[in-house]
Design a protein around this ligand. Structure first.
Ligand code: DON
Length: 307
């Protein structure tokens, strides 16, 4: 029997391959040095079938795709009310690295922008958590979503930290509003390590499929977070996951999604499938150009749009 899904994936990758528009992220020097030609796509179904094509086993850093998973961990660790008191759920309509704080309270608008994600990082683990233990808590949690032990790329971490002026400024703003209650630099260091966790496209498909499977990893069978947490996370991914391109994405692709500046992109169709793509060249919103094209194609070919 011919392997229909890998053939389909290879065909769709071939279709987007000639598009060389966009640029790899330049503000993190290690990412600017990435091979821009890398291209991969993978599907993981809720019953544990995984299919991929292209560079599916090439590692790259998770970056902002860590944000929905860290949000899930914070909700699980601290409960909804303490997290919602510090981070809202409204789309910002602005770029991922804008300050985007609610006037008056200083509460970041949502957990997908940097301001929200820096705050969410500080809300993972127990309240009195040591910074190193918190990074381990996040790493352990992301690993459970992926179904294998993940690790931090210390070079990408150091490269981003050496240029993290904007995130440090955001963290100091958050500290001035008492949204962050710990040392601003220490929180940014933890958040930057969270972003520097290495994943493959296959891992990302499984992480997305764990959300699709109501918090249970389809291969390991581990229940990582509750269904209530998953519903909250997917709702925020749907409205905020693609930043100031969230409206275009909602109309054209129509599933909850999250992008990262290393070129990864995930989408989750609840109850059915997790999808991941990888291609480092980004559009002006910081989303992968060929990744967005791949998802548009998957959505129309397979009728994924939830409406
Ligand atoms: O904080 C940052 O700027 C990066 N570590 C992550 C940003 C990111 O991935 C935005 N997504 N497209």
């Amino acid at each position: 029997m011919r392997p229909i899904i890998p053939d389909y994936l290879a065909e769709v990758l071939g279709h987007v391959e000639p598009d060389s528009s966009g640029e790899p992220a330049a503000y993190i020097p290690e990412l600017a040095a990435a091979d821009p030609e890398r291209l991969a796509a993978a599907f993981a179904t809720v019953d544990g079938q995984v299919h991929g094509a292209g560079d599916v086993d090439v590692p790259f850093t998770v970056q902002s795709i860590s944000k929905p998973f860290a949000y899930a961990l914070a909700l699980a660790d601290r409960g909804f009310d303490p997290v919602l008191a510090k981070v809202g759920v409204e789309p910002s309509g602005e770029a991922f690295n804008e300050i985007s704080l609610e006037s008056g309270t200083g509460r970041p608008l949502n957990p997908m922008i940097n301001a929200g994600a820096i705050t969410v990082h500080s809300l993972t683990g127990p309240a009195d958590c040591d910074p190193a233990d918190r990074v381990e808590r996040v790493l352990h949690g992301l690993s459970a979503f992926a179904g294998r032990r993940l690790a931090v790329d210390e070079e990408v971490y150091a490269s981003e930290m050496a240029n993290a002026h904007r995130n440090l400024a955001i963290a100091h703003m958050l500290r001035s509003h008492d949204i962050l209650t710990e040392d601003a630099r220490t929180v940014v260091e933890g958040y930057t390590r969270q972003c520097a966790v290495l994943v493959t496209t296959r891992d990302l498909a499984l992480m997305a499929a764990t959300l699709a499977n109501r918090g249970v990893n389809p291969l390991s069978g581990e229940k990582v977070v509750s269904e209530t947490v998953v519903r909250q996370v997917l709702s925020v991914m749907f409205s905020c996951g693609m930043y100031d391109a969230a409206g275009d994405w909602a109309t054209q692709v129509g599933i909850p999604a999250k992008s990262g500046v290393a070129g990864g992109l995930i989408g989750t169709l609840p109850g059915r499938i997790g999808i991941a793509t990888f291609s480092p060249r980004l559009d002006r919103h910081g989303n992968s150009v060929r990744g967005v094209s791949l998802f548009e194609r998957f959505s129309s070919d397979m009728g994924l749009h939830v409406m």
